[in-house]
Design a protein around this ligand. Sequence first.
Ligand SMILES: N[C@@H](CCC(=O)N[C@@H](CS)C(=O)NCC(=O)O)C(=O)O
Length: 208
Amino acid sequence: MKLFYSSTSPYARKVQMLAMELGIDAQLEQCELHPLKNARELATVNPLGKVPALVTPKGGLVVDSPVICAWLDNHAVQLGKKTLLGESRERQQQIRELEALADGIMDPAFLLVMEAARPQQQQSTQWRQRWRDAIHRTLDYLDKERCRELSSGATVTLAELAMACALGYLDFRHTDMNWREGRADLSGWFDAIQQRHSFHATLPPGAS
Ligand SMILES: N[C@@H](CCC(=O)N[C@@H](CS)C(=O)NCC(=O)O)C(=O)O
């Protein structure tokens, strides 16, 4: 199976980390395509023109990182691996909620990067502020209300991987946001999760 990715995409990184944690990364043929620089080629793979995109062994297309992660997890379980999407219905719901919050940070964080690449006179101060506010509000909510649900121990789920990718993307692209400031619980959790091999192995180029 083929994973189309870009080395700076936090969504693709989530998929790559999950594959590593499931122990099925060797089965993934990874093809790098930049959504803007390789737009035409990417559109022939994924009509949405986005990464990540997975092409299954039967040639089927799976798009959207939560859906790709669910596909890979299911594939791994069929090979006898342990699910990283939660055993019980209750746990599955909790993991989905945390993944959605993490993806919800990636969305405006990515849009801010895209906006900054446009000519200055076309950039919207209003939208930029709205995206930044959404990120800060969500980080406050996570720090105060949801951080305790995240494991930093030996076992992780998709929730931790998604959150690590979202926070790692802020470190990579938005250092000016100082996201750790006043959020000791969340930043403490992130310091611990950063030690994982899957996190190091998928760092975007130039990040540390
Ligand atoms: N919800 C999607 C978002 C994917 C996404 O927006 N990927 C970015 C790269 S980080 C992209 O390919 N953008 C190209 C575009 O929006 O045209 C997911 O979770 O996979």
